[in-house]
Design a protein around this ligand. Structure first.
Ligand code: CP
Length: 372
């Protein structure tokens, strides 16, 4: 039998928020926790038991619960899970900057399947994997795979799954990442599927807002640009519904936020302000989240020409805004943010892009069972 005092000591590190006393008392028949664990120098029970105890006592969520999980949509995560990953990302910053080193994912192989162009997502996943000691299998175009010979995505995923421990995939079609989860035993992380979803971008967006503003609740967040085809804003709205925020959507009528997303917001008690006039709302905004018009998703190039260059944030526009407004952009930008604000304290988009590394490190570490 494990005595109460020693068990309390062994589990005390888990009670970071609430102390509710001894909830779980192992017996001599419990094989998960035995004298070797209790007598170890750290007095820590095994990770699996710590996790069970953490849940039982309502302690801060443990990132080890993510082992083997797919992340296809931000809606696959609860608010507590999002916050848990953001907390882990915070701890990853010195590793992401190379100030500390870890080999926690030594021996793991991550397949980076990018069937659509990418700079930030592909390279930051690759950097994140290297910083954690993992190896990368990199595919950066569909034409370089046997898909070009007619192989199905399902068969491609079956094969890749046999070669790696986790799959990161970007694909032009909505639902491709969800499909991949049906054929992969390894965790699948959606790195963007068509106009639908980009959950890892959303995590780094939330991380940036939280770090720059010290909170997310209570903010007035304005999304500007292509709200119809921009997957980053669709995922971000899904995530912001976990918080107490005011939302404003600024777009030409033809590129406004899809009606089903607006309806869902209203059904959940949000009342987004919808306008095409940025000047009308810029002064109220704490966060300006600007997006590129997604030229590649327009069925008709003439339609793109009608709306290209509609909005441009420059120093003059910022004169109308709060002095501490932050300007974000998932990047790449075309001409919607003038380079004349790059050096201002308001411009956070390069910091945001860097944040992709600690956030993706956190996610890879969590789904692959790393320890930090
Ligand atoms: N923000 C983003 O997804 O950028 P990339 O397309 O370069 O990956």
């Amino acid at each position: 039998m494990v005595d109460k005092a020693r068990f309390e000591l062994a589990t005390s590190s888990l009670r970071t928020k609430r102390s509710t006393g001894l909830i779980y008392l192992p017996t001599s028949g419990d094989t998960a926790i035995d004298n070797r664990d209790i007598n170890s120098s750290s007095l820590q029970p095994p990770a699996s038991v710590q996790l069970l105890i953490a849940h039982a006592i309502g302690a801060t969520m443990d990132y080890r619960q993510f082992i083997g999980r797919n992340v296809v949509s931000i809606k696959d995560l609860t608010k507590d899970e999002v916050e848990c990953l953001l907390d882990l990302a915070e701890r990853m910053i010195p590793y992401a900057k190379g100030e500390k080193r870890t080999k926690t994912l030594d021996g793991k192989i991550i397949a980076n399947l990018f069937f659509e162009p990418s700079t930030r997502t592909r390279l930051s996943f690759e950097s994140a994997a290297h910083r954690l000691g993992a190896q990368i299998l990199d595919v950066s175009q569909m034409s370089a795979t046997s898909i070009a010979k007619g192989e199905t995505l399902a068969d491609t995923i079956r094969m890749v799954d046999a070669y790696c421990d986790a799959i990161v995939m970007r694909h032009p079609y909505e639902g491709a990442a969800r499909l991949a989860t049906k054929y992969a035993k390894s965790p699948v992380i959606n790195a963007g599927d068509g106009a639908a979803s980009h959950p890892t971008q959303t995590l780094l967006d939330l991380f940036t807002i939280r770090n720059c503003k010290g909170k997310i609740d209570g903010l007035n967040i304005t999304l500007v640009g292509d709200l119809k085809y921009g997957r980053t804003v669709h995922s971000l709205v899904d995530a912001l519904m976990m918080y107490d925020v005011k939302l404003t959507f600024v777009a030409p009528d033809s590129l406004q936020m899809p009606a089903d997303i607006v309806e869902n917001l209203r059904n959940h008690g949000y009342d987004p302000r919808i306008t095409s006039d940025l000047g009308e709302v810029i002064k109220d905004s704490d966060v300006l989240y600007v997006t590129r018009i997604q030229k590649e998703r327009f069925p008709d190039p003439a339609e793109y020409k009608k709306v290209a260059g509609t909005y441009r944030i420059d120093k003059l526009a910022l004169l109308e805004a709060k002095s501490d407004v932050i300007v974000m952009h998932p990047l790449p930008r075309v001409d919607e943010i003038s380079t004349d604000i790059d050096g201002t304290p308001n411009a956070k988009y390069f910091e945001q892009a860097f944040n992709g590394i600690p956030v993706r490190m956190a996610l890879l570490c969590a789904v692959l069972g790393g320890e930090i």
